[in-house]
Write a protein that binds this ligand. Structure first.
Ligand code: PLP
Length: 294
């Protein structure tokens, strides 16, 4: 994945109702320096972001991403993003993307130290080729996330439900998974419940029901999981949000990690337990996730 395009955005107030925000975007050379050294996103990871899948220049599920972006800003006490402005910025970045799969990122940072305003930008990068994990599946290990299910309510300053730029823990977890011979990880709570993957949501098939952990503050509510659930329901299946015990991973009939760019990666092993792959269902789900979705 290489960032090809970048637009710096002058963020406006959430109630700015002009119809055309293009004067607030400035395209910059994506390979040249563009941020101040006093930028708090780089110094502290203090900011929020979204990664939006783009297929043939069509940005996917923009409304759901912007809803989560606004929620993340609220949790982090950042100025509430102007949804119309960000939607136009996403469209402008997506229009720069060529055919095939790309990723557009929206980033809103606390700003420059001592500066009055946040810094904002969008980038467009071509996506890695994920055809292999989508087809052959991935091996995952469970990793302790170090908090219990009640931690988000007890300690909201941990920002657990926000998609913040502080992804060092998520990246460290992926490195740990690789060291253990796996492709990815599933975080589990200290009191024995399934949470999410470092960059994806977890969906299990248990009998005829597709289950995902309830997003009650400790995990992100995945836009891909929302789309997948709508698709499962359209196919006549039942879906459920509920607390999922770690012990249920070993007996699930199938499992997927789902996210905006890799889409649905079927899980073929969880720790030492082999999980069967449903190629037909996975291919149909990914075909849906690759079709234009608003
Ligand atoms: N959980 C975490 C921690 C993530 O980073 C992501 C995506 O990056 C997801 C879940 C899945 O979210 P989405 O489907 O919106 O990409």
């Amino acid at each position: 994945m290489a960032t090809r395009f970048a637009l710096i955005i002058e963020p406006t107030a959430s109630d700015d109702s002009r119809s055309d925000f293009s004067a607030t975007f400035k395209q910059v050379d994506a390979s040249a320096p563009a941020l101040s050294v006093g930028e708090l996103s780089t110094q502290r990871g203090d900011g929020i972001f979204e990664s939006i899948g783009v297929v043939d220049s069509h940005p996917q599920e923009v409304a759901a991403h912007l809803e989560r972006f606004v929620r993340s800003a609220e949790i982090c006490d950042l100025p509430v993003p102007n949804v119309a402005q960000w939607r136009q910025a996403i469209d402008a970045a997506a229009a720069l993307c060529g055919p095939g799969e790309w990723v557009v990122k929206t980033i809103l940072s606390r700003g420059v130290e001592h500066g009055p305003t946040p810094t904002a930008w969008v980038t467009a990068a071509d996506a890695a080729d994920f055809s292999r994990p989508r087809r052959e599946g991935i091996a995952v290990v469970t990793l302790d996330r170090g908090f219990d299910l009640n931690a988000p309510a007890r300690a909201p300053w941990l920002l657990l439900g926000a998609k913040t730029l502080s992804y060092a823990v998520n990246m460290a977890s992926l490195r740990e998974a690789h060291k253990r011979g796996a492709d990815d990880a599933i975080f589990v709570s200290s009191d024995g419940f399934v949470l999410e993957a470092p960059t994806a949501s977890v969906i299990l098939r248990i009998g005829d029901v597709f289950v995902t952990p309830e997003p009650t503050g400790g995990i992100l509510h995945g836009t891909t999981q929302l789309s997948a659930f709508a698709w499962f329901e359209g196919q006549g299946y039942t879906t459920a949000y509920r607390d999922v015990r770690v012990s249920e991973l070993a007996t699930a009939d199938a499992a997927w990690l789902v996210s905006s760019v890799r889409l649905a990666a079927p899980v073929r092993r969880i720790d030492e337990v082999e999980v069967s792959l449903d190629h037909e269902l996975t291919d149909a789900l990914n075909a849906y996730l690759l079709s234009p979705r608003d």
